[in-house]
Design a protein around this ligand. Structure first.
Ligand code: DGL
Length: 272
């Protein structure tokens, strides 16, 4: 029988996007220690080949396993879509991706069955979201679109309504999604919820935006509780952040996105 497990939870993304999962985990599981790795020196992953994404993913997971984590949350749509199936069986801790929980939330949300999917180029080209959605419901009408400029813009903090650069890019990328009349949009890259205000303003209030990071974190919180893998303490979990590029840049943006000061909790590391 499973027992309480005091080890930390590991979370990783290519950059800041996984903080959307981190925020939900901190809120749902306030007693848990959580280690976050942002591979900021190599972001974006979504424009790279499958081989490279798999290589980076193995390095990210190896780093977190070195911290003795009890579970790994792949808070990255690209890695979840492109690499996870191939590598998941190679580890003896559970590896959680974002796709399945996100698809579940989207299907529960849609009323018309018209669903949009946006993600990085690698995620959209993989067709992984479409396959899962169609397997669950063959009648869904899907419109998907890669949004390659979103990740670099988010990593540069260009997320605010009224910023003419992000507004222009959103309008161009999401025009076909708007034209298709979807009632639900999967934000298939964990960076995209940071653009929720701008995207919401463009698509209007009748389109539900599904955060893949949040959906994944909700699933992890539920599964760890069901399997009795949480810590005994229910408050006061420690949060540590590791990045592969500038600490100062990450501290500034992460504090903004998480709405709490992370200065002093961020460390620069090398991945092998
Ligand atoms: N947050 C990652 C994702 O969910 C961004 C990928 C990238 O680095 O391009 O896909």
């Amino acid at each position: 029988m499973a027992e309480m497990d005091n080890r930390p939870i590991g979370v990783f993304d290519s950059g800041l996007g996984g903080l959307t999962a981190m925020a939900t985990l901190m809120q749902r599981l306030p007693g848990e220690d959580i280690c976050y790795l942002g591979d900021t020196g190599r972001v974006p992953y979504g424009v790279r080949s499958r081989e490279t994404i798999i290589k980076y993913t193995r390095q990210d997971i190896a780093f977190l396993l070195g911290l003795d984590v009890k579970a790994v949350v792949v808070a990255c749509g690209t890695v979840s879509a492109v690499a996870l199936e191939q590598i998941r069986g190679d580890y003896n801790v559970p590896i959680y991706g974002v796709l399945e929980p996100t698809v579940e939330v989207a299907l529960a949300q849609t009323k018309t069955g018209k669903i949009g999917i946006i993600g990085t180029e690698a995620t959209i080209n993989s067709g992984a979201y479409e396959r899962l959605l169609r397997a669950a419901d063959p009648d869904v009408e899907l419109t998907s679109r890669a949004c390659p400029l979103f990740v670099p813009l988010v990593e540069n903090g260009r997320v605010h309504p009224g910023d003419v650069v992000i507004e222009t890019v959103v309008a161009e990328y999401l025009a076909p999604i708007k034209a298709a009349g979807v009632d639900t949009l999967i934000l298939g890259c964990t960076h995209y919820p940071l653009l929720e205000a701008v995207i919401g303003r463009f698509l209007g209030p009748n389109v539900a935006l599904i955060s893949s990071g949040r959906a994944a974190a909700e699933r992890v919180a539920r599964d760890l509780a069901d399997e009795d893998q949480l810590r005994a303490q229910k408050e006061g979990g420690m949060h540590r952040y590791f990045v592969t590029d500038s600490v100062a840049g990450f501290e500034k943006l992460a504090s903004l996105f998480l709405q709490q000061d992370v200065s002093g909790d961020v460390e620069r590391v090398e991945l092998e």
